[in-house]
Write a protein that binds this ligand. Structure first.
Ligand SMILES: [Zn+2]
Length: 610
């Protein structure tokens, strides 16, 4: 992992070699601290003219006590999205002024501006922000819509901490909506936050979009969906049903819903980055239009929702408090992300969205997804989130952490004769760390597990050494039988086409054809729209799975594909090429001991024995 300080120093040394004295001065710059500022307000213009130009107008207004330089920075990343995005790169027309006249300014690094006030009084800083990127941590505009996060737009004074209040006022069209997770403040379209951490953790939707809400577990949960019309009555009813099922199951783990209300922001578009991003009282999900009815959606929503506790509040000590100027690596994303997936899956089975077989299917898919990855320690994979390893181990802290949580839960229940569980570990750490203003340490995590398991015989330090810090494969064969379960790996031979597609208006448009693949041999071309494959209609995410499943192990030599090329429908014969893929199943052992059966049912129902 690149350490931020060393990486910057290395970059400056490299510059120093090329440019000599100028870089040398930057290197010896004294630690930067801004003059104090107060009465901080932000105004954001997201009207029709602004979004047509794909920009947001941003004005920051504050008071200074004298002429000392003010240093303002924009964040380099957004908490939860562990990638450096450098929001400053989208700033233009930077203009500070006071009493109607421009102020002197210069950049001290790529994300920091030094402003020279002339005297005590009010200072206004204006800039334009390019909002043309669809990615759940980046600002995005359409002709009738804007999405942004505070990390994108809101400058902070360097070295002054984050414990200062601010207000945000949105300027938009009278007929357009403004929805944000921020609390309302005095004045129309004005919102307030008690500190910078809260301020920048609140997504905004401005424009025309669907909005609805339902009361669950004594809290209003809002749906804000773009584009308008995507939240149909059927989708709303289904979504409300899911919420009424998984939210209470998640609240039950911690015993409280720690937010005043909660908003599920969603954008669907033909081209999106895909996935969700958690906030303390909201989630921002991005899906393709072809995924609006995908069967895995409850898993996405339940995962992001569980983050309201796990990582937005209960958090590894490395992430407390958040810093915004550079990467903030931790070895604990396998808990913050993977264990979140585990409880997201549990909330679905506990709430009745899926059944126990569905839950085991999810776990088996996770096992399949790490089966092909190079052996990687869960801690190392967590650190590497910031660089996105190219060797296939990127993001394995999700499925690996999900499965590690599952195995630890079984081990805790087995050691305590099903009197304790991972649920209790999470709740106790939430009480003893987050509620006391700290993050959890490695010692706190493992001792909470040992305390609940009622053993210090070394089995959990062994688990940490071998699977979290070490690279051994997870011990399915030793642990799953304790819950009357068994993991089976088969090899499936299934057809592959050798194409990449993007779903667009109910059709899969071919974006890549790999040379030498079956599709290339049959004459399928980039730009073709797939209508059907081997008689399987292509219409959504599951179509290709259905195609592979239907022809797994087939002895046929060729299959027909119906494609639309321009206005013309063509039937193309392509050769069948079978490839082996590991297929993982987790099976219920029929005659498991009663104790194992109690553990299994305890996991699915969220209960322990007394
Ligand atoms: Zn997550």
């Amino acid at each position: 992992m690149r350490s931020s300080v060393h990486w910057r120093r290395a970059a400056m040394l490299a510059l120093g070699a090329a440019f000599g004295a100028a870089a040398g001065r930057a290197q010896t710059r004294s630690p930067a601290v801004s003059a104090a500022i107060s009465n901080v307000r932000y105004d954001v213009t997201a009207d029709s003219a602004a979004v047509q130009s794909r920009h947001l107008g941003v004005t920051m207004t504050f008071d200074v006590a004298g002429a000392a330089p003010v240093l303002l920075s924009l964040p380099a990343w957004s908490p939860g999205h562990y990638q450096l995005l450098w929001f400053a790169r989208r700033v233009s027309q930077f203009e500070p002024e006071a009493r109607g006249g421009p102020l002197e300014w210069r950049q001290t690094d790529f994300q920091t501006w030094e402003i020279r006030p002339r005297e005590a009084g009010e200072v206004r800083v204006h800039f334009e922000y390019l909002a043309d990127t669809i990615d759940r941590a980046e600002a995005w505009t359409q002709p009738d819509f804007a999405f942004f996060l505070g990390t994108n737009l809101f400058l902070y004074p360097v070295g002054r901490g984050f414990d200062w209040p601010a207000t945000v006022t949105i300027h938009t069209e009278p007929a357009w909506r403004v929805t944000t997770a921020m609390n309302p403040a005095d004045g129309p379209s004005r919102f307030g936050a008690a500190n910078y951490h809260d301020l920048v953790d609140m997504p905004f939707f401005v424009g025309r979009f669907d909005l609805d809400s339902t009361l669950v577990a004594d809290r209003w949960i809002r749906l804000a969906w773009y584009p308008a019309g995507s939240l149909t009555a059927a989708r709303r009813d289904r979504m409300f049903d899911w919420l009424h099922r998984f939210v209470p199951a998640e609240v039950a783990v911690f015993g409280e819903a720690p937010f005043r209300n909660y908003t599920i922001f969603q954008v669907s578009d033909t081209v999106v980055n895909g996935g969700g991003l958690e906030h303390q009282s909201a989630q921002m999900d991005e899906i393709t239009t072809g995924q609006l009815d995908a069967p895995w959606l409850p898993g996405l929503y339940a995962h992001e929702f569980f983050h309201a506790w796990n990582v937005k509040r209960l958090r590894p000590a490395d992430l407390v408090p958040y810093r915004y100027d550079d990467a903030q690596p931790t070895r604990w994303l396998w808990v913050s992300e993977g264990v979140t997936s585990y409880f997201g899956a549990l909330a679905q089975v506990r709430g009745g969205i899926t059944d126990s077989l569905g839950f085991l299917g999810t776990m088996a898919n996770e096992a399949a997804s790490i089966a092909g990855a190079p052996p990687t320690a869960l801690g190392d994979a967590s650190l590497s989130a910031w660089v996105g390893p190219a060797d296939g181990s990127g993001f394995i802290y999700y499925p690996g952490g999900d499965l590690a949580g599952f195995l630890l839960d079984i081990m805790i229940r087995d050691a305590s004769d099903n009197r304790h569980s991972l649920d209790q570990v999470m709740r106790q750490l939430y009480e003893t760390t987050w509620k006391r203003g700290t993050g959890f340490t490695s010692a706190q995590w493992w001792s909470a597990i040992e305390r609940n398991a009622g053993t210090t015989d070394g089995r959990f330090s062994d688990f940490a050494r071998r699977y979290v810090d070490g690279r051994e494969p997870l011990p399915f064969d030793a642990v799953l039988p304790l819950a009357g379960l068994r993991l089976v790996i088969d090899s499936i031979r299934e057809p592959r086409l050798g194409i990449a597609t993007v779903l667009d208006s109910g059709e899969a448009r071919v974006t890549e054809v790999s040379a030498g693949g079956a599709a290339a041999a049959g004459g399928i071309q980039v730009g073709d729209r797939l209508v059907s494959l081997g008689g399987v209609r292509v219409g959504d995410d599951g179509s290709f799975d259905a195609f592979r499943a239907r022809y797994a192990g087939t002895t046929l030599d060729a299959l027909p594909a119906v494609v639309r090329r321009g206005a013309e429908l063509r039937t193309i014969q392509f050769p069948v090429r079978l490839f082996s893929r590991p297929s993982v199943r987790i099976l219920v052992v029929p005659d498991a001991p009663a104790r194992a059966v109690r553990i299994r049912h305890g996991i699915w129902s969220g209960t322990v024995d007394r």
